[in-house]
Design a protein around this ligand. Structure first.
Ligand code: FEO
Ligand code: CA
Ligand code: CA
Ligand code: CA
Length: 666
């Protein structure tokens, strides 16, 4: 990217562009190639009945070919709420009959001695005691088995200095001339995660500020490297000659809650925090730094802290890009980076207990042309002994997905010695296979995907939903055909995986496309939804997903700068997955201008739906009618959620409840 290009991007867009710029130069097939091959095969089978016979379920691809055009209308919906409308404005919107209350805002107190939020005078000490910036993943861990009382675990993915600090503007445009060490310290303290006790009191959800569980995790929190890559020569630094102790986590996008009640934080675009292009080019693993997009130079951290300068600390880059496990029940516990789950740009880490008692963790590598992974533990979950599960994620097998044209899928083990994963190809041991998981997957022939975001298993059905957010280069680098007609794929799609024999440890599965994003009324979008979908029920760029206690799927979107193409802000859509209405969307919630929808999370009885509104006023604000400029602290496109002229916009967690206290979507 040229510097001029950088000048014109919002921070979120810069990240999206990075995810879009494939670093995957392998000859592995793309997912588009496979969809095309599969549809070609279906076309070859003559007629609707042949198509229907190919799949035991009602396939959305079947409906493309005319198999199920009319049958959906009238079938019973599993969601019951009055849909909201597409649109864009300064506020959030929720379906009629629901409350959407602000629960936690950037800068809100977490401790009795937290300083009051002062947007003109933030410092490291104050920010470390306050809710962080850009809330993303949300997890809920009940306390004493109560549905209306628990711990909220929230990731803080990144910071927008132009919206956080007065008089600064976007600093990478000026080579960080005004980003002082004090500002960097606030940024580092605003990253990471929060654990906060929440409860329902007099019908309203509130944070419990005096809770002993409340905790901030930041870019400087002490952590351990754990599992096969701990102690490897590739993770040793001058501050940590044993390669086992790391400071901090950052760019924590989505994550997961394990069946034993720990909090998984996914490290996504870690490359953006490192400095020094010359040093990267002469690094002993220069090809791998390039494969991971290092250095991004999006922040000024390297100017003030040597470990972010590749010349001064060449191995620090290998200590990020992992899944971090936190025990929220013990606020003094040391988080562990679970290296057995591989190193890549983890979007999230969602778990499911397999029928044999082992645990599978699904995770996407969010970059155009990168891969889908799962990890299966060696040992079984013990539901009667929490402590015995605490290191389950250190032993097991990591797999990468190969999607085949016949609708089957193979999980390929990233195990040292397996096929090409040998010394002749640059892998000396299992640690190197995991540290360079992208390279190992290139050698195994994994399928290049259109930016895998959240990968959400459904414990009720055993199916797994893969959100693929977009791929604007499809068509230029990978030719389209009649069966996959979008010249570009700005609107993404959702793939459904059905494990063989409902076994998440199986080496095989089958797959299908649930929906293709975009407006079905515009043929040029190439969108595919069930015909029962209303004019507000379609969406673009699926990103995060949640499954409620009834096994119903809810999708959060992140269109980035593409929202003018759909004409609507991001939000939450309910999405049917079963029966005749399979592939029917319904709009439930909408974010304010410039925000992205993250973190959908239900409490255990589905009466509360926690949503994360990330970077309000940022994405695409220039296209907002009547605004048409980049947002800054002084002049943002919205001052959501406070609408106070003295306060900037603030990323916040919203809690949605039904006015009659019933189940969400009932
Ligand atoms: Fe942090 Fe893939 O979005
Ligand atoms: Ca996101
Ligand atoms: Ca999820
Ligand atoms: Ca995204």
């Amino acid at each position: 990217m040229s510097e001029q290009t950088v000048f014109n991007q919002t921070r979120a867009h810069l990240m999206e562009v990075a995810e879009d710029q494939t670093s995957n130069a392998s000859n592995n097939p793309t997912f588009g190639d496979i969809i095309n091959k599969r549809l070609d095969r279906r076309h070859a089978l003559k007629g609707v009945f042949a198509v229907a016979a190919l799949s035991s379920t009602t396939s959305i691809l079947g409906s493309v070919l005319g198999a199920s055009d009319a049958i959906a209308i009238g079938a019973k919906a599993s969601f019951n709420f009055k849909e909201i409308s597409h649109g864009v404005d300064e506020k959030h919107h929720v379906a009629e009959g629901y409350n959407a209350d602000i629960l936690m805002r950037w800068g809100d107190a977490l401790f009795k001695d937290s300083p009051a939020f002062d947007p003109t005078g933030q410092n490291r000490a104050s920010q470390e005691k306050q809710f962080g910036y850009n809330n993303d993943f949300i997890g809920f861990i009940p306390l004493k088995d109560q549905a209306d009382h628990g711990l909220l675990c929230v990731n803080h993915e990144y910071t927008n200095e132009e919206l956080m600090f007065p008089g600064l503007g976007r600093q990478d445009r000026t080579m960080f001339a005004n980003t002082t060490k004090e500002i960097v310290d606030v940024e580092m303290a605003a990253h990471g995660g929060t654990v906060v006790e929440v409860r329902k009191s007099d019908g309203k959800w509130i944070p419990v500020i005096s809770s002993k569980y409340n905790r901030r995790i930041t870019a400087t929190t002490e952590m351990m490297l754990s599992g096969p890559a701990a102690g490897s020569n590739l993770v040793k630094t001058s501050a940590d000659p044993n390669g086992t102790k790391v400071f901090g986590t950052f760019n924590n996008c989505a994550g997961g809650i394990t069946p034993w009640g720990t909090y998984l934080m996914a490290e996504e675009n870690f490359n953006g925090y490192f400095w020094n292009k010359e040093a990267a080019q002469s690094h002993q693993n220069a090809d791998m730094l390039k494969r991971y997009g290092i250095p991004g130079q999006w922040y000024n951290w390297g100017a003030h802290y040597d470990r972010f300068d590749i010349a001064k600390e060449p191995n620090e880059v290998h200590r990020f890009g992992w899944i971090v496990e936190v025990d929220p029940m013990d606020p003094t516990s040391i988080p562990k980076k679970r290296t057995a789950l591989g190193r890549f740009k983890h979007e999230g880490a969602e778990t499911i207990v397999n029928k044999d008692g082992r645990v599978a963790v699904y995770s996407g590598d969010d970059e155009r042309g990168d891969y889908l992974y799962k990890f299966v533990t060696r040992d079984k979950l013990d539901r009667n002994n929490r402590q015995s599960n605490m290191d389950l994620l250190d032993e097991g097998t990591l797999y990468v997905a190969r999607f085949n044209a016949d609708a089957s899928l193979d999980w390929l083990p990233l195990t040292f010695g397996n096929g090409p994963l040998i010394a002749a190809n640059g892998f000396e041991n299992q640690a190197e296979v995991l540290i360079f998981a992208r390279k190992a997957s290139d050698f195994l022939g994994a399928t290049k995907m259109d930016r895998p975001e959240d990968v959400q298993p459904n414990a009720k059905t055993g199916k797994v939903y893969v959100c693929l957010t977009n791929n604007k280069h499809r068509g230029s680098k990978h030719p389209v055909d009649a069966a996959n007609p979008r010249e570009k794929n700005p609107f993404g799609h959702i793939v459904e995986i059905t494990p063989a024999d409902n076994d998440h440890a199986s080496l095989t599965a089958t797959w299908d496309i649930l929906v293709q994003g975009g407006n079905p009324a515009k043929p040029e979008h190439g969108a595919v939804f069930n015909k029962a979908t209303s004019k507000n029920g379609w969406f673009g760029s699926p990103d995060n997903a949640a499954v409620d206690g009834l096994g119903r799927l809810w999708i959060a979107t992140d269109q980035g700068k593409n929202w003018p193409k759909t004409g609507t802000a991001d939000g939450i859509w309910a999405l049917e997955t079963e029966g005749e209405r399979r592939g029917t969307g319904k709009m439930f919630f909408r974010v304010p201008i410039g925000a992205e929808m993250c973190g959908p999370c239900f409490n255990p009885d589905d009466t509360a739906f926690f949503l994360a509104v990330q970077h309000p006023a940022s994405d695409g604000a220039k296209a907002f009618p009547g605004f048409d400029r980049n947002s800054t602290f002084e002049d943002p496109a919205t001052r959501w959620p406070d609408f106070n002229p003295n306060l900037p916009p603030r990323p916040s967690v919203v809690v949605v409840t039904k006015k009659d206290s019933g189940i969400i979507g009932s």
